[in-house]
Design a protein around this ligand. Structure first.
Ligand code: SAH
Length: 231
């Protein structure tokens, strides 16, 4: 089986590459892709760069060019739910694009014709993540993650996203990765560790906690990979 592990920023992928030790690096479509064998599986890793466009390109490349049969995303996010604090983990049940807006035509936010407001993540991997969380003794919240091409550092915008989509966290890549994987029938799993509260202090919190939160997420995703290897 070929498994893709994706992040948006170098910090999100570095802890996993470190764990793998040796890997082959290929330059493709303006990005680096890292391939390794791990516990009988082929892994292909990449960080896409930030935002929906770059993450779309990378997710599609991982699936179509590198033959990924499942995709796991590891990264950081801003919290909407007051229950989520810095370092906490959230697994996406559904993803949406909070900045997709053709409401002028009477459509809901996040919707375009022939698309859907929400895309479901793979239920099997979500179920597996609950087992992993239990085994690691780590609390894991599940919820809707909203994606947009904005670093949200504003209470008003954050509340609006929470109310409009029922979202618990927000970031800049999950929604686009979801659309790609759904269209290509590749089961996907999106995990995020909280780096900030998407409020006026978000950029400071992000800078302070990016690395530690990225490691939290990466460690959890590697435990997921271990479980998938045993299947
Ligand atoms: N510090 C970076 C920019 C980070 S953008 C630089 O200067 O280059 C934020 C990244 O973390 C995105 O990949 C996004 O998915 C995630 N993220 C974390 N907190 C976020 C927030 N409050 N709003 C949007 N994205 C957030």
């Amino acid at each position: 089986m070929t498994l893709a592990i994706m992040g948006a920023m170098p910090e999100e992928i570095a802890p996993i590459l470190k764990k793998l030790g040796t890997y082959k690096t290929t330059n493709y479509a303006g990005n680096k892709y890292y391939e390794a064998t791990y516990k009988g599986m082929n892994l292909v890793l990449a960080y896409s760069k930030i935002g929906k466009v770059f993450s779309t390109l990378t997710a599609a490349t991982l699936c179509e060019h590198f033959g990924a049969e499942k995709l796991l995303f590891s990264g950081v996010a801003g919290a909407i739910s007051p229950k989520l604090k810095v370092g906490d983990l959230i697994v996406a049940t559904q993803l949406t694009q909070h900045d997709l807006d053709i409401t002028a035509f009477g459509h809901p936010f996040g919707y375009v014709p022939e698309g859907s407001v929400f895309v479901d993540a793979d239920k099997e991997m979500i179920a597996l993540s609950k087992i992993v969380a239990q085994e690691m003794g780590k609390p894991l919240q599940e919820g809707i993650i909203a994606t947009g091409d904005q670093f949200v550092a504003n209470e008003e915008r954050k509340s609006w996203i929470g109310e409009t989509f029922g979202a618990d966290a927000l970031e800049m890549e999950g929604g686009s990765v979801a659309v790609v994987c759904d269209a290509l029938n590749v089961p996907f799993f999106i995990l995020r560790a909280i780096s900030d509260a998407a409020d006026m202090d978000a950029s400071f919190s992000f800078d302070e906690f990016l690395e530690t939160s990225a490691v939290e997420s990466a460690e959890f995703v590697m435990k997921m990979v271990d479980k998938l290897a045993k299947k």
